[in-house]
Design a protein around this ligand. Structure first.
Ligand code: ADP
Length: 584
């Protein structure tokens, strides 16, 4: 995938210096001495007095050269830097001892050995070089192989070692400096190589990441395009459309090219947007409108709301829009939004048909049921009935009334879902109302072996719809009886109280000693057709519309419905109604 990065760094120049002057160059450096020595021997051939010594000297020099080239390990090479010149000095002594006159080339050779030795870092080399030089010049006199004047002797013995010291110091200083520089250069070079390797790794990593990113983006775009049942629209922070998928094209009859760059707001029903702005108290500015469209959405936190979208030809499409904030990609660029709209037309139509069906059935059931109840009342008033027959009539009446309550619930549920729950409020004493409801449910409680009690010591007058309230109380009471075991009790109470805002309220409580409800279920009880698992498992009769209706009736009155429950201990429903009646 990635071509190897060429190495733009040649070895630093210090490395050559190291090869020659450093430990690595020990073999080559001796070569100069070896050649010069052999030449000197040839030149002095006529003056050889003791050829054995000369042969020994030559053998020593050649041996040193071989060993210096052959040495492989660094420690050995390091040793040879010192040992080879020492050997050379010895060879010089032998050379002088084996010839009759002073070989003039001796001094030059001696200084080659001195310099070679001083290339070894450390002061020891300087000392040894100086002493070695002194030994070489002193040897002929000590060994008495030459005759010279004392002055000359003194001069040589003093001046040559001093010169050797001076040269050795110079060579040592230069070597040290060169070595320090070479090391610094090598360090720098190593650093550069490491940085280069890092850069290369980073570049490879980056190109891998960008490949992955491209694949992910392609996948995401593929998904967006494949979701033809949903309109997926992405905008910038101001609402300008950037992505408009095929689903959006077919749902809203806009070509993508025309939609991109326009404001997403143009897709919304302006009347609905105005109403939403007024409802939320937002200003009718571009910012206010955008705010109402995106709601409380954040990154990974969707805001869901139903709207009407406008097709290009002006017709409306009911949609459920989920808005999420897009992730922040660049510093300083405000992230935009993602709008995912689902067409609700079919769902709405299905709901309308369902409501129509329920409305028709419940209406059709009510008429014969009312007739059944009317005749049952007539039958019940017949004096000639035996006790057993009267009991049968009671059972029939109880069930028929239960059926009537269910039919009424269904009718109301249709009204509530159509937003058409009508109230006829009038002054009403809640104490009287709860007693009446308890009377209606009493036969059911009796049959279930549950004690029904009323706690309404004083009049509590509110403005409310008596028929609807009676329905709410009966729903709460019949639930209490249904979900309480034989021997338990249900108590309905009416008292004065206040709403959260402090306004005076009539408070009705229905408390039972029944099976109780889990906290998770409590949160969902007012959803249409929701029933707890226990209710379903125990096959307790019901369809899950009783509590949503109580809630709808409470809402329509401007009241509140509270639910408190403990599993196995019982449940208390608290209905608070404003004394002043439903909001106008
Ligand atoms: P239904 O009683 O027809 O099932 P509701 O809407 O009245 O429908 O009640 C919904 C569910 O709430 C019930 O199925 C039951 O699980 C639970 N519930 C309601 N009232 C009580 C109660 N007093 N005690 C325990 N559970 C209750």
């Amino acid at each position: 995938m990635s071509d190897p990065v060429p190495d733009p760094l040649p070895p630093p120049p210090g490395v050559w210096a190291d090869r020659w002057f450093g430990i690595e160059g020990v073999g080559y450096r001796q070569l100069l001495f070896t050649v010069a020595f052999l030449v000197a021997v040839l030149l002095a051939a006529g003056e050889v007095t003791r050829s054995a010594l000369i042969a020994l000297a030559v053998a020593l020099v050649v041996l040193i050269q071989i060993v210096a080239f052959a040495a492989r390990s660094r420690p050995w090479k390091a040793r040879l830097v010192l040992l080879s010149p020492l050997g050379h000095m010895l060879a010089l002594i032998l050379l002088q001892a084996g010839t009759s006159t002073v070989v003039n080339a001796d001094l030059a050779l001696l200084f080659i050995a001195v310099v070679n030795m001083s290339l070894q870092p450390g002061r020891r080399a300087v000392v040894l070089a100086t002493l070695g030089a002194a030994a070489v010049v002193a040897a002929p006199f000590v060994l008495s192989t030459t005759e010279r004047s004392t002055d000359f002797v003194e001069n040589e013995l003093v001046i040559v070692p001093m010169a050797a010291l001076f040269v050795a110091l110079g060579a040592w200083g230069v070597t040290n400096m060169l070595q320090a520089r070479t090391e610094a250069l090598l360090r720098l070079h190593a650093g550069q190589r490491a940085t280069l390797a890092d850069l290369r790794d980073n570049r490879d990593e980056l190109s891998r990441t960008s490949e992955n990113l491209r694949a992910t983006v392609e996948l995401a775009m593929g998904l967006v395009e494949a979701a033809t049942e949903h309109a997926i629209i992405a905008t910038d922070s101001k609402g300008a459309i950037e992505i408009f998928n095929r689903g959006a094209e077919s749902m809203l009859a806009y070509a993508r090219a025309d939609a991109i760059g326009t404001s997403v707001e143009h897709l919304y029903d302006p009347e609905q947007v105005r109403a939403a702005l007024a409802e939320e108290g937002l200003a009718t500015t571009d910012e206010g409108r955008m705010q109402v469209l995106v709601g409380a959405s954040g990154p990974g936190q969707p805001a869901v709301r139903e709207w009407n979208y406008l097709r290009r030809n002006g017709t409306r499409v009911p949609v459920e829009v989920t808005v999420t904030r897009r992730p922040e990609l660049e510093d300083g660029v405000e992230p935009g939004y993602l709008f995912v709209a689902t067409d609700l037309t079919q769902r709405r139509e299905a709901e309308r048909l369902q409501d129509e069906l329920i409305g028709t059935i419940s209406h059709e059931l009510r008429t014969p049921l009312s007739s059944v109840l009317g005749f049952l009342e007539l039958l019940g008033s017949d004096e000639a009935l035996t006790d057993e027959q009267r009991e049968y009539v009671d059972v029939i009446e109880r069930n028929a009334k239960g059926l009537l309550r269910l039919v009424n619930d269904l009718r109301i549920s249709v009204q509530v879902s159509a937003g058409a729950l009508r109230l006829s409020p009038e002054p009403l004493d809640l104490a009287t109302a709860v007693r009446a409801a308890a009377r209606d449910i009493d036969p059911v409680a009796d049959a279930a072996g549950v004690r029904l009690e009323v706690d309404a010591p004083a009049e509590v007058v509110v403005r409310a719809d008596p028929v609807r309230l009676n329905q709410a109380f009966e729903n709460l009471l019949s639930n209490g009886v249904k979900f309480t075991r034989r021997g338990g009790s249900v108590t309905i109470g009416a008292h004065e109280g206040t709403l959260a805002a402090g306004a005076p309220a009539g408070v009705v409580t229905v408390r039972d000693t029944g099976i109780g409800i889990t906290p998770e279920d409590v949160d969902r009880l007012t959803e249409w057709f929701y029933r707890t698992r226990t209710a379903r498992d125990r096959r307790i009769r019901g369809i899950g519309v009783g509590l949503p209706i109580v809630k709808a009736i409470s809402d329509a009155h401007g009241g509140t419905l509270g639910i408190e429950s403990a599993l196995g201990e019982g449940t208390t429903f608290t209905l608070k109604l404003p004394v002043s009646g439903p909001p106008r």
